[in-house]
Design a protein around this ligand. Structure first.
Ligand SMILES: Cc1cc2nc3c(=O)[nH]c(=O)nc-3n(C[C@H](O)[C@H](O)[C@H](O)COP(=O)(O)OP(=O)(O)OC[C@H]3O[C@@H](n4cnc5c(N)ncnc54)[C@H](O)[C@@H]3O)c2cc1C
Length: 391
């Protein structure tokens, strides 16, 4: 097991850190550390401008192959990139769904026309994407999707409802799983369509969250239209393509989160030092436990990296459940450290501070991108080779 990054990776680190130091300042000073889960409404326009600056300099989509405008960055370089971005307190990226989910899916399953038409907009930050998977009765059981699409002439017509569509209100496009053949077994009748959001047949109703924000929405399709060639793969390939996207969602991007978590833990420690909880043995123990948990996460990420070829090894499968549970527990610790102060809002009507946002939003970490229970099934069946759960 190698626990150090190579000289090439360190050179890559210096190049990106230098670029961030030169560019993430001036008009972008205010957005440092803002945005991202639980804080998506903050400085959205400014973060969109920042996305375009990153795109123009070739610092988005670095894991994509060079022929599609990426840098062909290795897994280790992707981790280094995330580390430097977090160290510089880079703002939450507004284009991450296109960059990490749809882009790799198109590269793997799309045709050349789709790649040429759609990848440049993701890279430049001109076109934002949202994920139209979940429905009221299709979350963990994604194959139960009921949104329907039928081909009429040279267009698909969509009817149905999606829910929890993150960033829908800011997106130009959605990648939608829908049922195109109701007469075959449920996994076989799905297709993966690319649907423009700005049209009369699409209605977006933001959902108010416990954080006070509305980062996700209900999305209604009522005769929504998209061109016949906006299908990834063939009709009926939706299940295969959708699972390809999920593999990207649970893959390399989570390995680079360590520094962001370190920043949050540092805030909790700072709060404990400020209000005297740092002298309390019970709190000292819990803070030490949190630090140890983060170190274990870091070492597992390094172990995964040192074992990884082009695919992630089975040890990567514990990452999601590990970081999600650790982060949720950090939120609880933060509230306990703040004590009565945790009940006080920063400003009217509902202005949360960073630790309050952390607590409230991290409740959802163990649900999205595969709930903890689903992660346990994945680990049991795919990593440990145990019998499949009855379906
Ligand atoms: C912050 C956030 C952002 C999201 N963004 C998006 C988005 O952009 N696009 C999108 O399409 N969706 C999005 N989602 C939805 C997310 O993918 C679903 O919430 C998730 O798949 C779980 O589905 P569900 O909510 O329908 O719960 P259900 O699937 O109904 O699960 C309910 C409970 O039952 C458990 N359970 C279900 N099946 C099993 C099983 N087989 N074995 C054991 N336990 C089981 C689950 O773990 C959970 O505890 C988002 C969710 C959140 C919280």
């Amino acid at each position: 097991m190698h626990l150090r990054f190579s000289a090439t990776d360190e050179a890559f680190r210096s190049e990106f850190a230098g670029w961030l130091a030169d560019n993430l300042r001036g008009e972008f000073e205010a957005i440092k550390g803002r945005g991202g889960p639980g804080d998506e409404n903050a400085f959205f326009d400014e973060r969109l401008a920042w996305e375009k600056v990153m795109g123009a300099a070739g610092w988005t989509c670095i894991s994509w192959p060079k022929e599609w405008g990426g840098r062909g960055a290795t897994l280790a370089q992707q981790v280094v990139y995330h580390e430097e971005y977090a160290k510089a307190r880079g703002p939450g990226r507004v284009g991450h769904i296109g960059e990490t989910l749809l882009g790799p899916t198109l590269i793997a399953f799309g045709n050349d026309d789709q790649k040429q038409r759609l990848l440049p907009g993701i890279r430049s930050g001109e076109e934002l994407w949202c994920q139209g998977y979940s429905e009221p009765n299709a979350g963990s059981d994604l194959a139960n999707v009921q949104t329907r699409a039928r081909l009429e002439g040279d267009e698909w017509i969509l009817d149905g409802q999606k829910v929890w569509t993150s960033l829908a209100q800011w997106s130009q496009w959605s990648f939608v799983i829908c049922r195109t053949d109701p007469d075959v077994p449920k996994h076989k009748g799905l297709s993966y369509l690319l649907v423009p959001m700005d049209q009369p047949g699409v209605e977006i109703r933001p959902i108010a969250q416990i954080t006070g924000d509305s980062e996700f929405s209900e999305t209604f399709f009522d005769g929504a239209r998209t061109a016949a060639n906006n299908i990834v793969g063939e009709p009926g390939d939706g299940w295969k393509v959708a699972n390809g996207t999920l593999a990207f969602e649970r893959g390399a991007s989570t390995l680079g989160q360590n520094i962001e978590f370190q920043n949050e833990l540092a805030e909790v420690i700072h709060a404990a030092q400020r209000n005297g909880k740092g002298d309390d043995p019970a709190f000292r123990q819990r803070i030490a436990d949190a630090w140890i948990g983060l170190e274990i996460f870091r070492y597992n990420a390094l172990r995964v990296l040192s074992q990884a070829g082009s695919d992630l090894p089975p040890a990567a499968m514990i990452n999601k459940i590990y970081w999600a549970s650790w982060h949720r527990d950090l939120g609880k610790l933060a509230m306990d450290v703040l004590g009565m102060e945790s009940q006080v809002l920063d400003d009217a009507p509902y202005e949360l501070n960073a630790l309050q946002r952390l607590f409230l939003f991290s409740r959802s970490d163990t649900i999205y991108a595969g709930s903890n229970q689903i992660q346990r099934n994945i680990i049991a069946e795919r990593a440990l080779g145990m019998p499949r759960e009855p379906r």
